[in-house]
Design a protein around this ligand. Structure first.
Ligand code: SF4
Ligand code: SF4
Length: 164
């Protein structure tokens, strides 16, 4: 996995143009069963890729935190929401709450998440490859192919399988 993660940004850069073109075409004419196809590709990929071997999203980017996330996690940590914000979060350029630092403070050495059951929604959903209308978040997805080996593989598989 270490080698895969080391080479991933370069591989994603090589595919950038091709991926842009693919998604531009897909957005114009997405197949009717795209959601189902995405679900299949997502499940197939994550039956091969174990996030516990990777944790690259937790190490390099971190999620944004909604107010609901902050309430739920601070309650779990027996803190007031404001205390939690001051201790762990900052506001980014889009006015969202994000981590003060990466790797995420809640990532344990064995790649387990210390707040797994109450983790932010964005962590639960990353890399969003099984979400509805997946083609509508193509810019984010192309960005994620440089961070997430599963997202990279899923986009490669899409290019082989999905016919617009
Ligand atoms: S979601 Fe992607 S980047 Fe995050 S741990 Fe799983 S494979 Fe790695
Ligand atoms: S909260 Fe958990 S899942 Fe989310 S980035 Fe931190 S360690 Fe990873």
């Amino acid at each position: 996995m270490e080698e895969i993660l080391k080479n991933l940004p370069e591989k994603a850069k090589d595919k950038h143009k091709e991926n842009k073109k693919f998604f531009a075409k897909l957005r114009k004419k997405p197949p009717k069963d795209l959601d189902r196809q995405m679900q299949d590709m997502h499940e197939e990929e994550f039956s091969r890729t174990n996030c516990l071997d990777c944790a690259n999203c937790c190490k390099t980017t971190g999620p944004l935190f909604t107010n609901k996330d902050i309430e739920r996690i601070s309650k779990h940590l027996k803190q007031k929401p404001q205390q939690f914000i001051e201790q762990y979060l900052r506001i980014d350029e889009d006015n969202d709450y994000v981590l003060q630092q990466v790797p995420c403070t809640f990532l344990a050495e064995d790649n387990y998440c210390l707040i797994y059951d109450v983790r932010p929604k964005a962590c639960r959903e990353f890399p969003h490859t099984d979400r509805k209308d997946f083609h509508k978040i193509s810019n984010l997805t192309i960005k994620n192919t440089a961070i997430c080996p599963a997202a990279f593989n899923i986009v490669e598989e899409m290019k082989r399988r999905v016919k617009g």
